[in-house]
Design a protein around this ligand. Sequence first.
Ligand code: GLP
Length: 252
Amino acid sequence: MHLNILPTTSDAIAACTAHLAQQLTSKPNSILGLATGGTMEPVYADLVAQHKQGKISFAASTTFNLDEYIGISANDPQSYASYMAHHLFDHIDILPEAHFLPDGANTDSAFAAQRYETLIEAKGPIDLQLLGLGPNGHIGFNEPGSDFASATRPVDLTASTIAVNARFFEPAEFQPHRAITMGIGTILRARSVALLAIGAAKAEAARAMIEGPTSQACPASALHTHEDVHIFLDADAASLLTAKPTETRNLA
Ligand code: GLP
């Protein structure tokens, strides 16, 4: 686990973005695994800016998103498909047929999940999987208790995740309680992983991921079993670590 602790939030975002841009530059036909959430909005804004400056191209790349809500259509403004269009895909040169998300609108979500897993297997492996971190240690929507070997599947969101994500929904708006997520096993098959966590709300999850036991209680701790993981934290997210801020460490 390569741990990068940056002094400010913008430094952490810039370091993670540079890591993604480097992947695209060194391998233009990279298969990228992408994440959603508030953390990733400035990352995608940076990537769009770099694309508009002619520094990076997505024309040869393929992307697979981690997860999608069940029960809303792809063109619903609250879908992760809409999030990705709004924050990234509508502003870059990726081919329309080269970006994929699970089909959360399919009434047979187990079938849709299995089909997504099969598609990743057929086109993969993913070269670089981008991850955020849930305050409860989730990656994608793999909530605590998820099997480290799990495949893409429909899951029930925990009450805490529903509550944390309620900020993205209007009070009277339908908020999905289920999602299709890549499994932890799916994520671990990526060649490399980059996880970005910012802010004090992620400090306990970051501590559990990095310094706690490798346990299903903290899904992100599964990353200890992968040999090429790059963690990017700002000082607030790193505040509960025993490490001093502003350093780069390599953990076994
Ligand atoms: C969401 C997503 C995750 C994301 C995490 C953190 O629920 N399913 O992929 O990384 O929770 O979200 P945020 O960046 O908004 O804190």
